[in-house]
Design a protein around this ligand. Structure first.
Ligand code: MN
Length: 229
């Protein structure tokens, strides 16, 4: 048995809808600019840019229904509504045909972003880690297993803030769909069971404030509700 020099921390987990099981989270990968309209609103040409990825730490997960602390060092916090893919299997160079066999299920997540800090990072050629991967930056619902919802390729995705519609699109508008994302990402790193993939956000991103109530929806999945505090 291993003796740890300091107390071992808990593995971050997300409940699995309709069961007592929990999904252990290993790594969180996020796709950048995966909806053409959002790429355009951020000043990029969606036809020309290949997919790119960034990460958040696994313990950035916030459970559905939780109060979510407004982070330090920003005055322009943007929530990005995204479908989240949870992997039961991994691999390298996963083929398009095999990609959906890696999927355990799906959730609804928010990629919280310090947009002002990200803008400085872009201007100065600095990394995005502190604008994307801060504490409590990844609220996610329970995972709905594929055995309950089937493979999801289309459906409405929305974000409302205090009951007002901010973002609305369809999952079929993704530039890189889920199998293509798994295929591309597994050519960069070895995907493993427990990995989450945030699949990108549609257009309509804008700032939120303390006290705002955010509701994220994807057809067929549990709804996400968090309050910024
Ligand atoms: Mn995002």
């Amino acid at each position: 048995m291993t003796n740890f020099a300091i107390p071992l921390w808990d593995t971050p987990t997300i409940p699995v809808l309709g069961t007592d099981d929990h999904f252990p989270v290993r790594r969180i990968y996020c796709v950048g600019r995966n909806y053409a309209a959002h790429a355009r609103e951020m000043g990029h040409d969606p036809d020309r840019d290949p997919p790119f990825f960034f990460t958040k730490p696994a313990d950035a997960i916030v459970q559905n229904g939780s109060d979510t602390p407004y982070p330090s060092q920003t005055s322009n916090l943007h929530p990005e509504i995204e479908m989240v893919v949870a992997l039961a299997k991994g691999g390298v160079n996963i083929s398009l045909e095999d990609a959906n066999e890696c999927v355990f299920g799906y959730g609804v997540g928010l990629d919280l972003t310090r947009r002002d800090m990200q803008g400085v990072a872009k201007d100065m050629g600095r990394p995005w880690d502190m604008s994307k991967g801060f504490d409590h930056s990844a609220p996610v619902t329970k995972i709905t297993p594929i055995s309950k919802c089937g493979i999801i390729e289309s459906g409405t995705i929305t974000l409302t803030v205090n009951g007002e519609l901010r973002q609305e699109s369809d999952l079929s508008a993704m530039i890189w769909d889920v199998p293509e994302t798994i295929n591309y990402l597994s050519g960069l790193i070895e995907l493993k069971p427990g990995d989450l993939i945030f699949t990108g956000t549609p257009d309509g991103v804008a700032a939120i404030e303390r006290g705002d109530v955010l509701v994220g929806h994807v057809d067929g999945l549990e709804e996400l509700t968090i309050t910024m505090v």
